[in-house]
Design a protein around this ligand. Structure first.
Ligand SMILES: Nc1ncnc2c1ncn2[C@@H]1O[C@H](COP(=O)(O)OP(=O)(O)O)[C@@H](O)[C@H]1O
Ligand SMILES: [Mg+2]
Length: 180
């Protein structure tokens, strides 16, 4: 996908709690940038087990701490409403044809103030709305063959002006980013 901006940040995260901390800062940064007044689309890319659902759960719980976050693997989408924003968590892995998105009425779902977190976005092309932010998660074993490692490399790339502001805000709030 062609990025309209070059704002990108990389975060090597050593543990689940680091991932939870980044998800919380990501949520706070959206709020601080007033991104929650509109719609934000976040694509999550990475292999099975990379941590897309784990990050999504932590993001949702940043707004709804007690919420039991279910996997959308079978339902394709699970939605959550907080006082600040609606969050729609998609997993498009089981989509056979992007046309199936029509049955989910995503045009009615993705209105007003929302965040869409989208696992396996490539399955929704070209019908799914374009991303503001891409998050690529790489398991450490892709890098060093260390299969026991909890380390993940998160790469955030902005694909819209709003995405750019959010990623810059994350950089201000979160320790040890590697920005380009
Ligand atoms: N640093 C980390 N960040 C995210 N998940 C981690 C991390 N370390 C270990 N894990 C574990 O990796 C697994 C990721 O699974 P999941 O989020 O379901 O992957 P995906 O949705 O990408 O297929 C979870 O069991 C989680 O507990
Ligand atoms: Mg998942």
């Amino acid at each position: 996908m062609q990025a309209t901006t070059e704002v990108m940040a990389r975060y090597p995260l050593k543990s689940e709690s680091d991932t939870q901390a980044l998800a919380k800062v990501f949520a706070e940064s959206m709020e601080l940038c007033n991104a929650l007044n509109t719609g934000v689309v976040v694509y999550l890319e990475g292999d099975l087990g990379a941590g897309k659902s784990f990050f999504s759960r932590a993001f949702i719980q940043a707004f709804l701490p007690k919420e039991k976050v279910k996997s959308p693997t079978y339902t394709i989408v699970e939605s959550y409403n907080s006082s600040k924003v609606s969050i729609h968590h998609f997993d498009l892995y089981r989509l056979c044809d992007p046309e199936e998105l029509e049955y989910l009425a995503i045009r009615d779902l993705l209105v007003d103030r929302y965040v869409a977190l989208v696992e396996w976005p490539s399955k929704g092309v070209p019908l799914f709305p374009k991303a503001d932010i891409l998050i690529r998660i790489q398991h450490q074993d892709e890098v060093s063959q260390d299969f026991a490692s909890d380390e993940r490399l998160f790469t955030m790339t902005a694909v819209s002006k709003m995405g750019e502001q959010v990623i810059q805000k994350v950089g201000e709030q979160f320790a040890h980013p590697v920005t380009e």
